[in-house]
Write a protein of this length. Structure first.
Length: 214
């Protein structure tokens, strides 16, 4: 699984508590953690929006399962996102560059929305009233805070979700969960993460990036 999937999983499901049928925006959907978040979100049955700054990046996000992809360099991309949600906004935002996007993120959250901050390169000033008016949460998290003893079963869940989605071509629209991922290696911690799986006898389903449970 590796660090990108562990980080995406923690941000989406342990911190933001994303639930099936909610709408999730992955801000930066073409990078390693971003593509992992798109795949996990789609496999879990959520509606996935993504952003990327290049045409190739947007194509990659679509290939990985995003329902809609936006150019975050376009001046009106926030308006486009709101239009796609019929003005309601998104339930969850996976934020990989909070020092640039956090203030804007708050303006497109749905009521009771959550932002999972899993990446930032500096400081940012925000208007707290944007969060107050939506009863919104900003939650920080990262793979380094994962507690294997308490939450170590998550690789099995990830494997089951991706495996089920992989077996449902009618929903994939030509995408392949796990595509483009590197092999699991001890250097990125993937081996130790997989060893936490509660069902080692099921570590035999391959999607091209190492063992997963199903």
């Amino acid at each position: 699984m590796g660090t990108p999937y562990a980080t995406a999983y923690r941000g989406l499901f342990q911190r933001a508590q994303a639930k099936p049928n909610e709408t999730v925006l992955v801000h930066g959907a073409s990078g390693g953690v971003g593509t992992a978040a798109v795949q996990l979100t789609r496999a879990r049955g959520l509606h996935v929006l993504g952003t990327a700054g290049t045409e190739r990046g947007r194509e990659l996000a679509r290939e990985r399962g995003a329902h809609h992809v936006f150019d975050h360099r376009a001046r009106d991309y926030l308006t486009q996102i709101l239009s796609t949600t019929s003005g309601r906004g998104v339930d969850v935002i996976v934020e990989l560059l909070a020092n640039v996007n956090l203030e804007k993120d708050l303006t497109i959250l749905a009521p009771h929305g959550r932002i999972a901050v899993i990446g930032s390169r500096g400081r940012i000033e925000i208007d707290p009233r944007e969060a107050m008016s939506r009863d919104a949460d900003i939650r920080g998290g990262g793979a380094s805070q994962h507690n294997p003893g308490r939450e170590g079963k998550h690789p099995c869940r990830v494997g089951r979700w991706l495996g089920k989605w992989h077996a449902a071509p009618g929903d994939r629209q030509g995408t392949t969960p796990g595509a483009g991922l590197g092999s699991a290696s001890s250097s990125d911690g993937a081996g130790s993460v997989w060893e936490n799986c509660a069902r080692p006898e099921l570590k035999k389903f391959r999607l091209g990036f190492g063992r997963i449970c199903r």
